[in-house]
Design a protein around this ligand. Sequence first.
Ligand SMILES: [Mg+2]
Length: 194
Amino acid sequence: MKYKIALDLDGVLAELLEGFCSIYKERCKKDLSLDQIKDWDFFEQLGFSEKELLDFLDEVWSMWWIIPPTEPDLDQYLVKLTESESVIIDIVTCRNKKTVPYVKNWLKDYKIPYKSLIIAKDVAEKLSFGYDIYIDDSPHLMKLIESNKADAKAILYIRPWNSNFPDSQNVFRAENWERIYQILKEKILEKTGN
Ligand SMILES: [Mg+2]
């Protein structure tokens, strides 16, 4: 049996908000850096509605080449996982479908190994797809998984905007990709006999 992993894109693989900060600074002539974004709803403090933020982020994706990866060597961990473990990795992401070609370019450019690119309308839909393991930075998804009676497990990639979320029985916190890899190997895959 292969374990199905739902791997998030924005904030886990792609440092989308880095691109957001550069365009925001240029356009709004105000300072903003990644470590100033300490809340999931940070856009409200900047005076954006959720819709305005999502449109802005779509625009950032249209310039996909300005978006760096969250960590320079993260593809190596994914290659090691796909080569040595019984896992299938899908990129599962909430987004406007028009950004898909940009996303595919980005994934190719950074040599991210994955099987399918799956679009969800929100985090509840991500969970409804029934993956075994979710790797994500959304505290809302973690909350759903924590209270979910299903067997799904999750790794929360700790970012400035979700760092208050606690560990729980089925949610593990990881401060970097090395730790994500360790948790997968030692606490999830080996424990379940893979
Ligand atoms: Mg995300």
